[in-house]
Design a protein around this ligand. Structure first.
Ligand code: FAD
Length: 591
């Protein structure tokens, strides 16, 4: 522990700014970036965040005091990386605001006709956008959503999380049925009706997006259909769209707003050397499931690529995966990924690590792709379908944010503080457009924070963990710190591992290849991370997420009675293993 004074940072040309609220008290444990004070000048209100994590030992200011750059706010016992890793967890993955709050020009430049007025305008109706809009309406604010597509739900519901899971469910059943022969039950070879499978997937999407439309209506959230861009700090112009896609009708509507929440999401990264050809697709194209290719290349061994490769391989495609890095599923601990790799050793034709697709040509019989790298095939290979899944890029540069005074970085991300506020104090941003991880559950939580902050509440995005799940077979899920992160950050940790080979339920299911691993702070014994590989790992990781947020320790988790026989039991048993006394495992050898 080190004593630190937290000072008021550079707040522009302001001295003697009155403190209107002190947000901390002695003894509080604060995270880096957590707001400490609220100041109010004659032009704006702003929060002063902490630049370090730790425990508050004294406070130097009170409401009514006047402060300026360099004034002491408080003293803290700072957290060092190996004193309490739970506190050292990234409180928020979003980037810091880089532009001083008070330097943003506000006010109307647009003075023409206005078609709609609202308190909160939400740009984009993905999981972040619709959650923000619904929360805004629930808080009594008059809310409009602008969305270019016909349905609400964004990437996640229409061309992401949901359709991919509908197809993964189908193919998981197909795979499981094959294993039933070992149980004495045999089924015939599957007959694939692609039109019907597509219709099933579309019906799943329809059910969810229809539900959202109903919920918007019930909350009196108006939806304006079209492509929106900012005209100034209080106006958005919407070019109305029609049809399934985003054809412009030529009509425009202007919305005047008091506050805005930008939730315009992201789009797939394109590789410039790939030809424009219907046989070269991104995840949206792959989810259309137009046909089942004989030979398929998946460029990118991340979660999206591997999920789609799982679907297509079960449907009958022979698949090569090319990944530039030296491992698949970046971000997961290698021991988790290795279980997936071993289980899937026969599923794919080639997994080419340290291999870059470098050139592609359209040929009569397919797309001919050349490769470079350590494991690259010497000769080009021909594919019937090439899926590009090399990441997603934010849509920040497409909404004319600068007209509203909102800063967008060179990659298209919008930087926000932990209330999801951009450098323009009345404009918030959430979801994929503010940074990694680009995941729906992060967008939803950020959406709630933005709406609550817009309503004047003291709501902050201060998650201790954001889980990741690969819904492959087996599933791979992790939350909080990984072992690799603990090692690289010098964090002393202990782990408890429960192999599913000792789980009655996993054995009964015929799927005992997995394991559950919990990571605890070596000093406090509180959980700081966890990973699970096995069937339903994505559902099981929820308990680990809650435990991290609640600061549970080995005893809390090990002494919690879990139902038997379940896969969920493995979480409690892994905690027992960490305590060194798990009666479902062989005795620990005495040293
Ligand atoms: P988006 O969902 O991208 O929504 C943004 C919306 O804004 C879109 O509807 C877009 O049309 C609209 N828009 C953009 N610009 C404008 C404009 N100028 N005017 C009007 N409207 C505009 N995440 C998970 O958590 N779990 C998963 O299992 C998962 N699976 C995925 C599978 C695939 C194949 C893909 C591609 C993604 C997956 N994701 C998953 C990621 C998840 O979909 C995104 O993180 C999430 O959708 C981001 O939400 P968002 O609200 O930020 O933006």
């Amino acid at each position: 522990m080190a004593k630190l004074s937290i000072l008021v940072p550079d707040i522009g040309d302001y001295a003697d700014v009155p403190v209107i609220e002190v947000l901390i008290k002695v003894g509080d444990v604060i995270a880096k970036e957590q707001p400490l004070l609220v100041l109010e000048s004659d032009k704006a209100t702003m929060e002063i965040p902490s630049d370090a994590a730790g425990t508050v030992t004294s406070i130097a200011v009170k409401a009514g005091d006047k402060v300026g750059k360099g004034s002491i706010v408080c003293e803290i016992e700072a957290v060092t990386s190996n004193s309490s890793p739970a506190l050292a967890l990234e409180a928020t993955p979003v980037a810091k605001v880089e532009t001083p709050v008070m330097s943003v020009p506000t006010g109307d430049q647009y003075s023409g006709k206005v078609d709609h007025e609202c308190e909160v305008l939400v740009l984009g109706a993905g999981p972040g956008g619709y959650s923000a809009a619904f929360r805004s309406a629930d808080l009594g604010m008059d809310t409009i959503i602008v969305e270019r597509f016909a349905t609400l739900g964004g990437v996640c519901l229409n061309v992401g999380c949901i359709p991919s899971k509908a197809l993964l469910h189908t193919t998981a059943v197909m795979d499981e049925v094959k294993t039933m022969a070992k149980h004495g039950i045999t089924f015939g070879a599957p007959k694939i009706e692609l039109d019907q499978l597509r219709a099933y997937k579309d019906s799943v999407i329809g059910k969810l997006t229809g539900g959202l439309a109903g919920m918007a209506k019930a909350r009196k959230v108006k939806v304006v259909r079209g492509l929106g861009h900012f005209l100034d700090a209080n106006h958005v112009e919407v070019q109305l769209t029609s049809g399934d896609g985003q054809e412009l009708t030529g009509q425009k509507e202007i919305i005047r707003f008091q506050k805005s929440i930008i939730a315009a999401g992201s789009q797939p990264v394109k590789l410039p050397f790939l030809p424009a050809d219907p046989r070269v697709v991104d995840s949206t194209g792959a989810l259309l499931l137009k046909s089942i290719p004989k030979r398929m290349l998946v460029i990118g061994g991340g979660i999206i690529g591997l999920e789609m490769a799982t679907v297509y391989s079960t449907l009958g495609s022979s698949i090569d995966i090319a990944e530039m890095m030296d491992g698949l599923m970046a971000g997961a601990d290698r021991d988790l990924e290795k279980v997936w790799e071993k289980f899937n050793s026969g599923r794919f034709e080639n997994i080419m690590l340290k291999t870059r697709a470098s050139k592609a040509e359209v040929k009569a019989d397919g797309i001919q792709v050349s490769f470079e790298g350590e494991n690259a095939p010497k000769e080009p290979k021909i594919y019937d379908l090439v899926l590009v899944a090399v990441g997603r890029t934010p849509n920040g540069k497409k909404i004319n944010a600068s007209a509203a005074g909102v800063a967008v970085d060179e990659r298209g991300f919008i930087h926000v503080d932990n209330q999801m506020r951009t450098n323009a104090p009345h404009i918030f941003a959430i979801g994929d457009i503010v940074g990694q991880p680009m995941l729906a559950h992060k967008a939803v939580h950020e959406g709630h924070v933005a709406a609550e902050a817009a309503a004047g509440q003291k709501s902050y995005f201060d998650a201790k963990q954001i889980p990741s799940v690969a819904y492959t077979d087996p599933e791979v899920a992790w939350a909080g710190l990984t072992e690799e992160q603990c090692k690289s950050q010098g964090i002393a940790y202990e782990k408890g591992l429960f192999p599913w080979a000792a789980s009655g339920r996993a054995i009964a299911n015929g799927r005992d290849e997995g394991f559950t691993k919990l990571i605890f702070d070596a000093t406090s014994k509180r959980i700081i991370g966890g990973g699970i590989v096995g069937t339903h790992a994505g559902d099981l990781i929820g308990e680990v997420c809650l435990a991290i947020e609640m600061g549970a320790d080995t005893i809390d988790m090990g002494k919690t009675i879990h139902p038997h026989p379940t896969l969920g039991e493995s979480v409690g048993l892994a905690a027992e293993a960490a305590s060194g006394h798990c009666t479902d495992l062989p005795p620990v050898k005495k040293r």
